[in-house]
Design a protein around this ligand. Sequence first.
Ligand SMILES: [Zn+2]
Length: 139
Amino acid sequence: MTHHVNTDHLIDEMSTRAYHAMLNSRALSLEELSTKTEKDMLRIKNVGKKTIKELQSILAKAGLQFKSIPKKRRSEKSIKCRLCGRSGKTELCKNCTALIRSLKVVVKQIAAIVIYKEDQKSESHLKRAGDPGSFNHAK
Ligand SMILES: [Zn+2]
């Protein structure tokens, strides 16, 4: 636990403001403090950028740092949806993908109806062309 002795010494060097910030974050040691993010710390009363900077330099002396937020990096990489412009991970957001899927279904349904109607037309043409002759012959 030589580390513990070292951090104790660093905690003694802290300003009361930084020390209170650490305690208010419910961290009892610098190692515990390093599990917090800067955002976590900024949520604490009376903690500003100045306190954050002081805590950062103290953590650095102990070979530690605030926990980094991986979410930030992800959001920087986000792409805007080509249809609605909403930022996401893909060129089409989930909503637009679902919309396109449902549109494809509708288009298929319309195409099926059109093809069915055209089939009926051509079938009735064939019937009209062929039936009257045989009908006449029967009479
Ligand atoms: Zn979209």
